[in-house]
Design a protein around this ligand. Structure first.
Ligand code: MN
Ligand code: MN
Length: 293
């Protein structure tokens, strides 16, 4: 979005941070190229959000913080780097919008945000619950386990957590039984389409209230016809416009952090996934520029 690149955080309201890491992916790798492609796609975005009636860069001081140092062969070290760097940014009073990277990066992001803001509410858009225990070859850390670990670590309150867009074949009924047993609200895609966008927005808002809420958006919540560039595509998802509407529906909530993950440029076509991601990031910035009510 042609915003300045800077690491100095004095007076900075929002930092855009890239995490070019995809070693938590279980199927198609390539999300490590997401941040740079989203940045590139964002250069054509103009500054005024007509729908939310706000120009984020006129209201907020925003910088592109660059990328977090990752170690492609070491997920634990990378997670430690993410938590440490994001904690440093939050300590300066700066909000963070993170561009992934695969969804494993949300666990260290949630660790940093929960340490700073306390137990979080969570709005999670995804085709997948990402609530595996160690189903993938006994591994506790991958893009399929982030929210299981986050629940175990008490980073978010299951009673203020909602997952939207869940679909596709599961490995086992337990994949979805675990979050349900813990009290997480789930709006699977067939229910989402029955409800329609306004009712989903109402359900999200009621779920999190005015608590500090973290928003995690896996681009595979969107249908692969609109977002083919992703690691684990699932057919029958939201359109780009529905996704934009759902995000705009979060206006006025007390949002303390965002991530946008699983954009996988090697599988993209004509940059359509990256362009959608750049526009969703612009909606995130716009939400941060709107007053909390
Ligand atoms: Mn995910
Ligand atoms: Mn997913």
């Amino acid at each position: 979005m042609r915003l300045p690149a800077a690491r100095a955080l004095d007076g900075v309201d929002v930092a855009i941070v890239g995490v070019p890491f995809d070693s938590g992916a279980t199927f198609r790798s390539g999300a490590r190229f997401g941040p740079r492609r989203i940045r590139e796609a964002s250069t054509m975005i103009w500054g005024y959000n007509r729908v939310l009636d706000v120009a984020p860069a006129r209201v907020l001081s925003i910088v592109d913080y660059g990328d977090i140092s990752v170690v492609p062969v070491d997920i634990r070290t990378t997670m430690a780097h993410i938590t440490q760097e994001v904690a440093h940014i939050l300590a300066a009073g700066t909000r963070v919008i993170t561009l992934g990277g695969d969804h494993s990066i949300s666990l260290p992001l949630l660790r940093a945000h929960a340490a700073h803001f306390g137990e979080l509410a969570l709005i999670h858009f995804d085709a997948h619950p990402d609530m595996w225990d160690e189903e993938f070859e006994g591994q506790p850390y991958s893009h399929g386990t982030s929210f299981r670990r986050a629940l175990e670590e008490g980073l978010m309150d299951p009673a203020a957590t909602i997952q939207i867009g869940i679909r596709g074949p599961l490995g086992d009924p337990a994949d979805i039984a675990y979050p349900q047993k813990k009290g997480v609200a789930i709006i699977p895609i067939e229910q989402a389409f029955d409800m329609g966008v306004p009712a989903i927005i109402a359900a999200m808002r009621e779920r999190v209230g005015q608590r500090p809420v973290y928003v995690s958006l896996d681009i595979d919540a969107v249908d692969p016809a609109f977002a083919p560039g992703t690691g684990t595509p699932e057919v029958g998802g939201f359109s780009s416009f529905q996704m934009l509407q759902l995000v705009r529906g979060l206006r006025g909530l007390n949002i303390v952090g965002f991530d946008l993950v699983e954009v996988n440029p090697p599988y993209d076509h004509g940059n359509i996934t990256a362009i959608l991601a750049a526009n969703l990031a612009f909606e995130f910035l716009s939400l941060l520029a709107c007053p909390v009510n």
